[in-house]
Ligand binder design. Structure first.
Ligand code: FE
Length: 338
């Protein structure tokens, strides 16, 4: 009697587990995301996707390095299907460490410009972050500014503030100088920056801007969304963006992006989600949530971002930032950039 009870119970349990998988296609299985993009920037998109498709998304968020370490440690047993992270240098590292798998998708190669995705389709950009010059409007006029390279000239002595070289964004920027100019010229530029510093490098972009707003230094190099965030809080600050290198290489472009994990259990679901994140439907929100630029060229930036004006971006493939990262770190060390 007792055994009959248990077998009935077991049947009920297995039935209740089986119902979802037999009633739905495999595409509707849950998708697991590891994200170095903060929760408030991804949750609204995941909620919209679940509402639209019925597909559940579970996720964890952490900084890029711990997430990559976790993926490595979990190996084949990882529950993660999709990795979202910021900076092409981090995406490149994930790919180099064998944590991602290639995705053949016409939808993705159409939605994401070639220079903002991996040539082997291991990762795809989802938003553009421009790293540009910001200046104190009481102390500098826009016609005094021209290029990143010019910030190394003696006219900026004691007038530049920079974030720490430990931050991957600056490693990517210096990697792009290495690619553009070769090692000697790139080192000369970075040495010139270090010579021109008003204060020791700051721990983040916002502090670099606050310093120049307070008259410590006149110009800084920052990601535009930090400028957007700061000006939203303190619109009275005498700060303005400047688009450098418009007659040469263009503004330094970086990305946030994603790739399907090597051992994804729900590869089909992860690809569908990635395609949706790059689609016109999601791109507007994806960029607007953090005042970034959409990667999808058929989607316009938000009104706030549009107000900063249009500019020419550097068409360099962002993969270079990963390939040259180690050299960039050594160069910054030699140049005394802390
Ligand atoms: Fe950031």
């Amino acid at each position: 009697m007792k055994s009959l009870f248990y077998s009935v119970l077991a049947a009920i349990i297995s039935f209740s587990f089986l119902v979802p998988t037999t009633a739905h296609s495999t595409e509707q299985e849950e998708i697991v995301v590891y994200s170095a993009r903060k929760e408030h920037l991804i949750k609204p998109l995941f909620d919209a996707y679940t509402k639209k498709t019925g597909v559940k998304i579970s996720y964890i968020t952490a900084k890029a390095n711990p997430l990559l370490e976790r993926l490595k440690a979990e190996g084949k047993n990882t529950p993660a299907d999709l990795l979202i992270t910021v900076d092409a240098g981090n995406l490149w590292h994930a790919a180099e460490s064998g944590l991602l798998q290639p995705v053949e998708s016409k939808t993705l190669t159409t939605a994401v410009p070639e220079n903002l995705r991996d040539p082997q389709n291991l990762w795809f950009g989802l938003s553009i972050r421009a790293r540009t010059i910001v200046y104190n409007t009481n102390k500098v006029s826009a016609d005094e500014l021209s290029t990143y390279e010019d910030l190394a000239s003696s006219k900026w002595k004691g007038r530049l503030t920079l974030r720490t070289s430990k931050k991957v964004y600056n490693q990517s920027l210096v990697a792009s100088l290495l690619e553009q100019h070769g090692p000697d010229k790139a080192e000369e530029i970075v040495k010139g920056w270090v010579n021109n510093l008003a204060i020791d490098p700051t721990s983040n972009d916002t502090k670099a801007m606050q310093a120049i707003a307070n008259g410590i230094g006149d110009v800084a190099i920052v990601n535009t969304y930090y400028y957007g965030r700061l000006m939203k809080e303190s619109p009275e600050l005498p700060l303005k963006l400047f688009w450098p290198n418009q007659n040469s290489t263009g503004v330094h472009m970086n990305i946030s992006g994603a790739g399907v994990t090597k051992y994804a259990k729900n590869k089909a679901g992860a690809i569908k989600l990635l395609e949706w994140l790059a689609s016109e439907e999601a791109q507007e929100t994806f960029g607007a949530l953090n005042q970034e630029f959409p990667v999808n060229p058929s989607v316009a930036p938000s009104e706030e971002v549009k107000a900063w004006g249009s500019f020419k971006g550097n068409p360099m493939n962002v993969k270079v930032y990963g390939e040259k990262q180690a050299d960039a770190i050594k160069l910054m060390d030699r140049a005394g950039y802390k």
